[in-house]
Design a protein around this ligand. Structure first.
Ligand code: GUN
Ligand code: ZN
Length: 426
């Protein structure tokens, strides 16, 4: 059975940061043919209608067909504490985050939040997330079970912490290694699921724990490793106290084998020149979390790095203040403006799709519309509210038409979502 999806098709032939705007491809009267969960063909509607006369047609008129959004750094266990008032990073962790993460000791609560979280993001057009769980192994089972039942490609791992966290939220170097290994063997590569080795950040891991996770990563080199890097200046000062021998924050990871291709660092705002050049040399990925960086007061990410290494985009739920990747693109635009850069809508959209896929080293599977890619798609109404509609009336190209949705859009702009070639029921 072939599904033929008609609309304005947006795809990318390359990276608009490196290659300019010609990397974006728009087919105004376009079509995407989907077979057995994958994209079979992309082209002009007239051509594909002739090629697939038996296909089941889904005609979205002038609406936009895009790859689904990929949120490259989230904490699904923080769903219920999103938008909590008045704290900066370390206070915010102690006041809101750790007490909430303690509740994941109960597998039933973990399952409830995992399901709630994935439903919240799917209606916002996010088809893949890369999530931290809590220290509890059952919290990893919960997110993978919820993702599997929805057919989603999801990355996740047990968050490891063996110091500077409440007693109920601490593992040890050995148990972090053992639990992570067991979960990795249970889930990595099952359906569309990938295990990610996940030390939370250097302040909550002893060098022994980081070393044990570095050892695990050497045993399973095709996994990703995710952690936090240089988010707030107080945090960086704390790392300096905790690791007096280290050259800088990145060195606390590098010294334990936690810097190479497949390393995914969230935030990475206040980097030294040495850290930047080592990240580039090592082929690491960074994830920009703009609503979180403004909400928790962390700082302004340097988007100039996007032409030098893999940069993804993320909400950082629940440090971020919104589940929506549209709102996240808007915040990325605003943060870049504050640094004197104007990101083009083609670059913002790319960051939320293929940029994040590249950061997760999954660009051969997700994040673009091309033959052979998995059919995770989002259908966008570019005139979803009266305020947005009136702002699009003078648009002369897709970008002018789309930018008001990037800046003002929410879940009302997301008409439909396809996951692995299946249209989600309303
Ligand atoms: N650094 C360590 N843990 C966290 C977290 O949960 N959220 C954010 N934003 N930063 C962190
Ligand atoms: Zn985070």
């Amino acid at each position: 059975m072939t599904d033929l999806i008609l609309g304005q098709v947006l795809s990318y032939s390359g990276d608009p940061f490196a290659e300019g705007l010609s990397a974006a491809r728009v087919i105004t009267h376009g079509a995407v043919a989907v077979e057995r969960g994958r994209i079979a063909a992309v082209g002009e509607a007239a051509t594909l209608l002739a090629r697939y006369p038996e296909a089941h047609i889904h005609d979205y008129g002038r609406q936009l067909i895009s790859a689904g959004f990929i949120d490259a750094h989230v904490h699904y266990p923080q769903t219920a504490i999103i938008a909590s008032w008045g704290k900066r990073l370390i206070d915010w962790l102690n006041t809101y985050t750790f007490p909430e993460e303690m509740r994941f000791n109960d597998p039933a609560y973990a399952a409830e939040i995992a399901n709630r979280y994935l439903d919240l993001v799917l209606v916002r057009g996010t088809t893949t997330v890369c999530s931290y769980a809590t220290i509890h192994p059952a919290s990893v089972d919960a997110i993978f079970t919820a993702a599997r039942s929805r057919g989603m490609r999801v990355f996740a791992g047990k968050t490891c912490m063996d110091r500077n966290a409440p007693l109920g939220l601490r593992d040890t170097a050995q148990s972090a290694y053992d639990d992570s290994k067991r979960l990795l063997e249970k889930w990595h590569g099952v359906d569309r699921l990938s295990y990610v080795i996940t030390p939370r950040f250097s302040p909550t891991s002893t060098p022994e724990q980081l070393e044990a996770l570095g050892q695990l990563w050497r045993e399973y080199p095709d996994c990703l490793m995710q952690t936090h890097l240089s988010e707030q200046t107080d945090e960086i000062a704390w790392v300096k106290d905790l690791f007096p021998q280290s050259r800088d924050y990145l060195d606390t990871y590098e010294a334990q084998g936690l810097l190479r291709e497949g390393a995914v660092y969230g935030h990475a705002i206040h980097l030294t020149d040495r850290e930047k050049s080592r990240l580039i040399e090592a082929g690491a990925s960074l994830v920009h979390c703009p609503t979180s960086n403004t909400f928790i007061g962390s700082g302004l990410f340097d988007m100039g790095l996007a032409s030098q290494l893999r940069v993804g985009l993320a909400t950082d739920t629940g440090g971020g203040s919104n589940f929506s990747m549209l709102r996240t693109m808007a915040a990325a635009y605003e943060v870049a403006q504050l640094r004197g850069q104007s990101l083009h809508p083609a670059q913002l959209w790319w960051l939320a799709t293929q940029g994040s896929a590249r950061a997760l080293r999954a660009e051969d599977k997700i994040g673009n519309i091309a033959p052979g890619m998995e059919a995770d798609l989002v259908i966008i109404d570019v005139a979803s509210t009266p305020a947005i509609e009136q702002a699009t009336r003078r648009a002369t190209d897709l970008w002018q038409q789309l930018f008001p949705t990037i800046m003002m859009g929410d879940d009302r702009a997301v008409t439909e979502v396809w996951v692995g070639g299946t249209r989600l029921a309303d």
